[in-house]
Design a protein around this ligand. Structure first.
Ligand code: PLP
Length: 385
């Protein structure tokens, strides 16, 4: 068994080196059983009762996630949303939470809709601004600061260590949606966060063929136990086959993310010099406002996600996306195929996202071909204006 102090590459490639004890297989079986045998003396010594609470197919994926994030415990969920909402549902009505103004839009909508009706007091602030976070903290009432860094789709960077210090001094916990940092570019728990969340649908699986979520906790405390109970009671549980697919995807995580980071950096630099592009939003560009914090808290690259704002507004952005051939016009991110999306169209009427913005998820194609495809499409969209 590979131990926890190996590098991320060794942990991920061998999925911690587990060998199936009966057959000696290097790939684990899929445990499809929904139920488990009770002992004759009425005990459940195996620790397994019913697969809505727990499933042996989760064990290895959860161990890999805990090792990569340097956490004490991990839990896989039916989706990223199921994982994220479990953290808020583990609080109590009346508690106050802080989250970023610009963040993954579905979770923002859930916070302003369901969570607010349920009784959470929600403040959305610019979490890249420490003074704004400090001002929003309500002594004794704020129980959670939710961060997403880099955050969808402006890739805003928040300083996890500084915010954890502020939050903890006020008795609040910190949870980080680290989907874009992909478990290997940032370790929020080592910077002071209490929970890390991933949409495992994205880089962790990496092949656009499953929906899954994950939470990793720094400690096995009473909040973590509430989160685990919510997963079981609400049935927010991952399927056995999906857990197996996730484990398979994570074996190539380090190579895929390194490639995507390299290509994204190159594409960002090229597009920054393109006359049809008004701005490139990418933490790896020295001109990006969050670059200095990103350099401190990210290692190995600045991620595979960037956005561009195009001259000519919404019409030019949509016309550019309409013309690409290699990039695929679709939502989501973190897969092997590169995706392009007019983000405001997805988020709807009350979206804070600029109408001229295209979100790019850089996959594993040839970076030069990806740039050429975009440059050609940008030029053709502008010529047609
Ligand atoms: N967080 C981020 C940053 C995301 O991009 C997404 C999905 O796009 C989610 C959370 C939600 O994850 P899921 O779609 O797996 O529920």
């Amino acid at each position: 068994m590979v131990t926890n102090n190996r590098s991320a590459a060794s942990i991920a490639a061998q999925a911690l080196g587990w060998i199936e004890p009966v057959t000696k297989a290097v790939v684990p079986p899929i445990h499809s059983s929904s139920t488990f045998i009770r002992d004759e003396d009425n005990q459940y010594r195996s620790g397994r009762v019913y697969a809505r609470a727990d499933n042996p197919s989760f064990d290895q994926a959860e161990a890999v996630l805990a090792a990569l994030e340097q956490g004490a415990h991990a839990a896989v969920f039916a989706s990223g949303m199921a994982a994220a909402t479990a953290v808020f549902l583990a609080l109590a009505p009346g508690d106050h939470v802080i989250a970023p103004t610009v963040m993954y839009w579905s979770l923002r909508n859930w916070l302003l809709g369901f969570a607010t009706r349920w009784g959470l007091a929600v403040d959305l602030v610019d979490t890249s601004d420490l003074a704004a976070v400090r001002a929003a903290l309500r002594p004794a009432r704020t129980k959670l600061v939710w961060l997403e860094t880099p955050a969808n789709p402006l890739w805003t960077v928040s300083d996890i260590a500084a915010i954890a210090e502020l939050a903890h001094a006020n008795g609040a916990r910190v949870a980080v949606d680290s989907t874009v940092a992909a478990a290997i570019l940032t370790q929020p728990l080592t910077l002071g966060a209490d929970f890390v969340m991933h949409s495992a649908t994205k880089y962790l699986n990496g092949h656009s063929d499953l929906i899954a979520g994950a939470l990793i906790a720094k400690a096995d405390d009473e909040m973590w136990q509430r989160i685990k109970a919510i997963r079981a009671q609400n049935g927010a549980v991952l399927g056995a086959f999906e857990a197996w697919l996730l484990l398979r995807g994570m074996r190539t995580l380090v190579a895929r993310v390194a490639w995507a980071c390299r290509s994204a950096q190159r594409i960002a630099e090229r597009l920054a010099a393109n006359p049809n592009v008004a701005a490139v939003l990418y933490p790896g560009l020295p001109s990006f406002p969050g670059h200095a914090v990103a350099r401190r808290q990210m290692q190995g690259g600045f991620g595979g996600m960037l956005s561009i704002r195009v001259h000519g507004g919404e019409a030019a952005a949509i016309a550019t996306a309409a013309r690409v051939e290699l990039w695929k016009r679709a939502t989501s991110l973190g897969g092997v195929e590169s995706l392009i999306e007019h983000r405001a169209s997805v988020e709807g009427a009350n979206s804070p996202i600029p109408r001229d913005l295209l979100r790019l998820s850089v996959g594993l194609e040839d970076a030069e071909e990806l740039v050429e495809d975009l440059e050609t499409s940008l030029a053709a969209a502008h010529a047609a204006r």
